[in-house]
Ligand binder design. Structure first.
Ligand code: BGC
Length: 732
């Protein structure tokens, strides 16, 4: 449609029809035309469904086609529905969770994953995905860290932008493209105490300097939608926050498309205590600039009356309705309301070999080797290895948001190893993922308790370990222990798994732990008992083959932590780019009383941001600078020579961090500003150079201006955020 035709359409809609475009209903509101469950409780009627312009979570070419056809036939202006869903790390072919994708330090892999997810989802009728989540995360207790790409704003920005490009491509109308909805605006990743949905307290400077940049990167990449967050900022819930949405998001950050509330967030303004009833909630949200109300009765029941009573100007409804219609138009829905949905394409594309291969590639690149004493890995092909643990043959490896996949499509480690010829008798389950009796209340579904004779399983595992040269223990947290509303106060492995580890360690010291998790965990109980620790996160459909290949050295781990593993939960929240204090703590000896430290635990994490080993080793030269003075408009080059000092080829992620030594406000002890991956043969060296410009040195100064300040800077180039390999220069 031309803009003029679209304007004409808008002018022909009744107030009620315009409001309908602002309403999104979840799948279960639509069940054969009957209102069920929560919809009924909220007072949603069939009439509301008749005009609601969007559905959430209805997927599948056949269902979407039927619903679209019926809806359009009944709609007074035959406006098509827009279908949205959470396609977070893949649709049917599941990729590693976003936190793991962050560990690849390869935005191109995230882009490829998003492109494939879009292609599969589009064939099933999806038009918009609620991804990427660009929330900065600093607290591993928060279950949703799995959905973020980590603790660094620069890396998160690169990843979020890459995902937007992957979903949307250059032209939204192109086949296999879907619109991206950036979330959760803003600051959702900083709930107090790591408890989901909790209050967020961020200074305006921290919000702008640390939290907004990754959202900005996604907006600059052209993301079509933004979702509000559940939290408050400065005590105002985002969904009612006019300053945040109108002044910051639209005014300063330049976003001009559709803003949707999170699930039920408009009606949740009532329990937040800023609205007395649905009507006030609707008024606050629409005035804040929230175009669409996801899964709440507020807009559909209250907006009309609010306009008629003169409490809400109709112009606000027109403004929001226009944005929704314009998005439908950019997606080409007026020309073809069925777009890419196709049962044939579903059959051909979902889980096809090309998509599986990409998922496997992404998984292999996301694994992080934390420890590898005595070169426990890779496994020798002739070694007698026992594969023990509840994850050895588990299909629950796809991450909490993998809601449209069939778990059994995931290839388990056991299946992959069997295909390599590892005999049946080399496997044992050892224990369940969680103790029998512990109930897992899934967010999307529930999990039956495992039927296991715990004592027998443990005894079998110990006997197998005893008769083996090496043991690979596949351990981890339950995938439903991460994700939405899955915050935890304890982030260690479940007791039953630690018991298995202890029992195995008593009979065989050659232990490699393969760790499945959706968050950084407390690994103190493993640290001394395992010779090697390989973090595989929730690796998705092709996790099994990717892990098997990595264990046997067909490929080498090259992932780097996108979020530090803390020493223990009491350190949280933590992040490497912290501010210095007036009494910084530099050493390990506790004799210095007056410094910023704990008496009973270290300041440093167990494994820092950016850390990861591989099957070879690298040496770094000192940092060489092309000049020791940087001028505005100028550039200096910082470089190192990196040498592969081991006897296998390998890939190193060389990281650049900068520190501003004196600022008008306190500055982080270092910040990631660049990275390069280099692959080197044994003995081979490469010079890795980074350009440094004045723009990289800008921050919000004492006056809240985004500027750089002259003075001294440190340049760190090394393998992780703890490297002390540095040089200094001055900005003049
Ligand atoms: C989550 C969002 C998600 C939405 C729709 C909410 O509970 O916070 O991230 O996109 O549900 O499923």
């Amino acid at each position: 449609m031309t803009t003029q035709e679209l304007r004409q359409l808008l002018s022909e809609l009744s107030l009620e029809e315009k409001i309908g475009q602002l309403v999104q209903m979840p799948a279960y509101f639509q069940s054969g035309g009957h209102i069920t469950g929560p919809a009924g409780e909220m007072g949603i009627t069939n009439d509301d469904l008749r005009l609601a312009g969007s559905y959430l979570s209805i997927v599948g070419a056949a269902d979407v086609e039927k619903l679209q056809r019926e809806y359009m036939a009944n709609h007074p202006h035959h406006i098509p529905l827009i279908f949205m869903a959470d396609i977070i790390n893949g649709y049917r072919t599941v990729f590693p969770i976003p936190l793991a994708q962050g560990c690849t330090f390869q935005p191109e892999l995230a882009e490829e994953g998003a492109r494939i997810a879009a292609k599969e989802a589009a064939a099933s009728g999806v038009h918009v995905t609620f991804s990427p989540m660009a929330d900065l995360v600093r607290d591993a207790r928060w279950g949703r860290v799995m959905e973020s790409t980590g603790e660094d704003k620069y890396l998160n920005g690169l990843m979020a932008a890459a995902m937007v490009r992957g979903y949307q491509g250059a032209d939204l109308k192109e086949k296999g493209r879907i619109a991206a909805c950036l979330k959760h605006f803003a600051g959702y990743g900083a709930p107090e105490g790591g408890r989901d949905y909790n209050t967020v307290e961020l200074s305006p400077r921290t919000l702008r300097e640390d939290y907004l940049p990754a959202y900005q990167a996604a907006i600059d990449a052209g993301c079509e939608m933004v979702m509000t967050s559940f939290n408050t900022l400065d005590r105002v819930p985002s969904t009612a926050n006019r300053w945040l949405m109108r002044d910051i998001l639209r005014g300063e950050m330049g976003f001009d498309s559709v803003l949707i509330s999170d699930w039920g967030a408009v009606m949740e303004l009532i329990p937040h205590g800023v609205a007395a009833d649905f009507a006030q909630a609707a008024e606050l949200a629409i005035r804040a600039g929230v175009d669409m109300d996801m899964s709440s009765p507020c807009y559909t029941h209250e907006l009309k009356r609010l306009v008629e009573e003169g409490k809400v100007p109709e112009a606000l409804i027109d403004e929001s309705c226009w944005r929704v219609l314009a998005l439908k138009n950019r997606l080409g829905l007026f020309e073809n309301p069925f777009r890419d949905l196709s049962r044939d394409d579903e059959a051909a594309l979902l889980l096809c070999a090309e998509h599986r291969a990409a998922a496997q590639r992404c998984a292999e690149n996301s694994f992080v080797l934390l420890k590898n004493d005595d070169q426990a890995l890779p496994l020798a092909s002739d070694a007698k290895v026992a594969f023990i643990g509840p994850y050895v043959d588990s299909h629950l490896t796809s991450g909490a948001w993998s809601i449209f996949c069939d778990d059994t499509d995931a290839i388990t480690l056991r299946t992959a190893l069997r295909q390599r010829g590892v005999p049946d008798e080399r496997f044992a389950v050892g224990c369940p993922i969680v103790a029998p009796g512990e109930t897992i209340l899934g967010f999307q579904k529930d999990y039956p308790l495992p039927e296991i004779d715990a004592e027998q399983a443990l005894a079998d595992a110990v006997a197998l370990a005893k008769s083996s040269d090496q043991v690979v223990l596949a351990l981890g947290e339950h995938r439903e222990h991460t994700g939405e509303s899955a915050s935890r106060g304890q982030i260690a492995l479940p007791d039953c798994q630690l018991r298995l580890l202890d029992a195995v360690a008593e009979v065989n010291p050659n232990i490699t732990v393969v760790l499945y998790c959706g968050r950084p965990m407390d690994l103190r109980a493993l640290q001394d008992k395992a010779k090697a620790i390989l973090v595989v996160w929730m690796p998705g459909t092709e996790g099994g083959p990717a892990i098997a290949r990595t264990l046997y050295g067909d490929c080498a781990p090259s992932g780097r932590l996108s979020m530090a593993f803390p020493w223990c939960v009491a350190q949280l929240p933590m992040h490497y780019d912290q501010l210095s204090t007036g009494r910084p703590y530099h050493g390990d000896h506790r004799a210095i009383r007056i410094s910023s430290k704990y008496l009973d635990m270290p300041n440093r994490p167990l494994y820092p941001f950016g850390f990861g080993l591989t099957y070879t080793t690298f040496a770094y030269s000192g940092v060489a600078l092309s000049a020791d003075k940087l001028t505005r408009g100028g550039e200096i080059t910082a470089s190192v020579r990196v040498t592969n000092t081991g006897d296998r080829p390998g890939t190193e992620t060389v990281q650049l961090y900068l520190r501003d030594l004196v600022g008008s406000v306190a500055r982080p002890v270092r910040e990631l500003k660049g990275f390069r991956r280099v692959t080197l043969r044994p003995g081979e060296s490469a010079d890795v150079a980074f350009a440094i410009t004045e723009e990289q040195l800008r921050f919000y100064d004492i006056n809240m201006d985004f500027v750089s300040e002259p003075g001294g800077f440190e340049v760190f180039i090394g393998p992780d955020s703890a490297s002390e390999n540095k040089a200094t220069f001055r900005l003049v």
